[in-house]
Design a protein around this ligand. Structure first.
Ligand SMILES: NC(=O)c1ccc[n+]([C@@H]2O[C@H](COP(=O)([O-])OP(=O)(O)OC[C@H]3O[C@@H](n4cnc5c(N)ncnc54)[C@H](O)[C@@H]3O)[C@@H](O)[C@H]2O)c1
Length: 435
């Protein structure tokens, strides 16, 4: 390690997860199984990737933990909130993502994770009807109750630092509205006035996390921290934030494949993406208002990779459509189809078809681990506000849309941003240009 000013990862890292469903329990089970040497954390950048540091004769490819101080998986202590009262073991069994043989060896660890009462409002996810829910006088009270949960967890578990990760259901779409979301004062006033139309429960979790000194990650496409009030709060509390929406299956493929069309200067007439999905996430997303949140997130990917304003002959008016269909027999084993209509020399049309038979939570779990460890690294490195280097893991990366800032969606550019941020936090020079 060179001249890094990043604080070492001493003590335990508390990971408080909102939602104890398929993704969270797959994440937790994998961490526990890996600790026991019974599984491998495949797909996790923080556990596998080697990053080049130094140049020329001095260059070395090193694991993250050999570049900068990182917590080990043994250092993680979990807690969770959920609308349903079942513990992480029962929830993992119910989710049917993992086989029992991959859950049983860590049954005790999972049983010990009992969800705290959720800060929930049925209006935001009408298909859920659990009763493990906080009674709140208003949104301000909701926020204060979550703050108390965080303080209690810290005191009881003795963890050194906490990160809060949203892996709960997608809420209905909340359009950013500066009257309520434009500043901390406006947000607090809306919370105190119990403005349930503009203050989603997820905003209460984020506000509580930041004010209790915990970075916040939004793994669903919810608006939550993607508003000026939360950016301001993250600056004020000097906490890093990241979002939105884990980039796992179809959008990962899209953000990796679209650059092929772009760098070859091929034209795009249309891109149709559809999915079948049968888990609880699929059930919630079957509700049009909840799907709208996901649609906004999924649609944003192509616009910044294949830009009409840069190449009007190639990318003007392409038709981009995304669909998710709830289909119970498939449970978590999502199947995605992409039909891409492209055109080449003299405008001749061609088609590309991609059929991805994936497993949603298997793809999301390593992202949870990476996001949690990297946002903790960012905090230890003294970074705060939106962490753009985490865009690599996110479908709809946060950016300052109020000043026309563009998100980076191209997977390879995102990877460069990620490596450079790690180099800088480790005390090396960032040395790859994003072009
Ligand atoms: N798996 C993926 O590939 C992927 C990719 C991107 C985003 N996501 C998002 O991750 C989230 C989790 O996905 P999942 O498959 O685990 O869903 P899931 O339905 O299995 O789990 C979500 C859990 O959140 C709980 N919940 C809902 N609102 C809550 C609240 N206000 N407080 C506490 N708990 C609450 C639900 O009761 C449920 O148990 C979803 O929003 C999904 O859209 C998943």
């Amino acid at each position: 390690m060179v001249n890094s000013t990043t604080k070492p990862a001493t003590g335990k890292l508390g990971v408080m997860v909102v939602g104890l469903g398929a993704v969270s329990t797959t994440f937790m089970t994998g961490v526990f199984m890996t600790r026991k040497g019974l599984a491998k954390p495949i797909g996790s950048m923080t556990q596998y990737d080697k990053i080049r540091v130094g140049r020329g004769a001095d260059k070395k490819y090193l694991h993250l933990k050999d570049i900068v101080s990182m917590p080990t998986l043994d250092d993680i202590v979990f807690a969770a909130w959920d609308v349903y009262p079942v513990n992480a073991y029962e929830s993992a069994i119910n989710a049917e993502v993992l086989k029992e043989k991959d859950i049983e060896p860590v049954k005790d660890e999972l049983i010990a994770i009992k969800p705290m009462k959720a800060a929930f409002d049925k209006k935001y996810a009408s298909r859920l009807d659990g009763d493990n829910v906080k009674q709140c006088a208003d949104r301000w009270d909701m926020t204060n109750q979550i703050r108390e949960d965080i303080r209690n967890f810290k005191a009881e578990s003795g963890v050194d630092r906490v990160v809060v990760l949203w892996a709960a259901s997608t809420e209905i779409y909340v359009a950013p509205d500066m009257k309520y979301h434009g500043s901390i004062e406006a947000l607090e006033a809306a919370m105190k006035a119990n403005d349930t139309d503009h203050i989603a429960p997820s905003m209460c979790y984020a506000y509580a996390a930041l004010t209790e000194g915990a970075p916040f990650i939004m793994g669903a496409p919810n608006t939550t921290v993607d508003i000026p009030a939360m950016w301001e709060l993250a600056e004020k509390t000097r906490m890093p934030i990241a979002g939105k929406d884990f980039k796992t299956g179809q959008t990962l493929v899209k953000s990796g494949f679209a650059p092929i069309i772009g760098v070859r200067n091929l034209g795009l007439a249309g891109w149709f993406s559809t999915n079948i999905l049968g888990n609880r996430d699929g059930l919630v997303l079957d509700e049009p208002a909840n799907f709208r949140t996901k649609e906004v997130s999924k649609l944003s990917t192509l616009e910044t990779i294949l830009k009409p304003e840069c190449q009007p002959d190639l990318y003007t008016d392409y038709f981009h459509k995304v669909r998710i269909n709830y289909y119970p027999p498939r449970n978590d084993n999502k199947e995605g189809w992409d039909n891409i209509d492209i055109f080449g020399w003299m405008g001749y049309p061609m088609q590309i078809k991609i059929n991805f038979l994936c497993r949603d939570s298997i793809l999301a779990a390593p992202l949870c681990l990476d996001l949690v460890l990297l946002i903790d690294l960012a905090r230890r490195a003294g970074r705060y506000g939106t962490q753009r280097f985490l865009s690599f893991f996110l479908k709809s990366p946060m950016h300052d849309y109020t000043v026309g800032e563009e998100p980076v969606n191209n997977l390879y550019q995102q990877y460069t941003m990620l490596k450079n941020a790690v180099r800088e936090m480790a005390g090396y020079e960032a040395d790859e240009e994003i072009d």
